[in-house]
Design a protein around this ligand. Structure first.
Ligand code: UDP
Ligand code: MG
Length: 153
């Protein structure tokens, strides 16, 4: 098994849940071969939302972002795979859907930066910090055998 197996946090944000796009997003992750090791539908309170987005505290869009991410249920996933942190960033596309690569989730389904459907951790440090906000150790399923089918060779 490679040393570059990583776990990252994906959020299907409230707009994705509301628009019925959770299945579409999860399907893209699964088809890429990423393995879901934890999954949870929940509605964030303000405190947890501000903690998740702490690096944006003080920016002009912060209040709207917290208000939106707490506005309804979201689906949080812990996703495991080879290089999955960078791979999931690719799969979701650039923050602004107008800049997102064609074929990415944000390019295919979103119009604006404020309703861009999905979150993915942007670095190993972010992934570690963010996963701790959403999941506890006992939430994780071991799926190493499933993962190995995708990443050998
Ligand atoms: N955001 C926004 N306006 C901005 C920048 C960001 O509404 O000018 C929102 C957007 O929904 C984004 C989130 O804040 O997904 C977090 O911003 P970040 O730069 O971390 O983008 P991401 O990592 O989600 O691509
Ligand atoms: Mg970010």
């Amino acid at each position: 098994m490679s040393m570059a197996v990583e776990t990252t946090l994906i959020l299907c944000k409230p707009d994705a849940v509301s628009r019925g796009l959770v299945g579409e997003i999860v399907s893209r992750l699964e088809r890429r071969g990423y393995v879901i090791v934890a999954m949870h539908m929940m509605q964030l309170d303000g405190e947890r939302a501000r903690r998740h987005y702490q690096e944006h505290d003080g920016k002009p869009f912060f209040a709207d972002l917290v208000s939106f991410i707490t506005s309804g249920p979201l689906v949080a996933l812990a996703v495991e795979g080879e290089g999955t942190i960078e791979g999931c960033r690719q799969l979701i596309g650039a923050t602004d859907p107008l800049r997102a690569a064609p074929g990415s989730v944000r390019a295919d389904f979103a119009q604006t930066i404020g309703r861009n459907l999905v979150h993915a951790s942007d670095s190993p440090a972010s992934a570690k910090r963010e996963l701790e906000i959403f999941f506890k150790d006992s939430d994780y399923m071991s799926r190493r055998h499933d993962l190995e089918r995708w990443i050998k060779g």
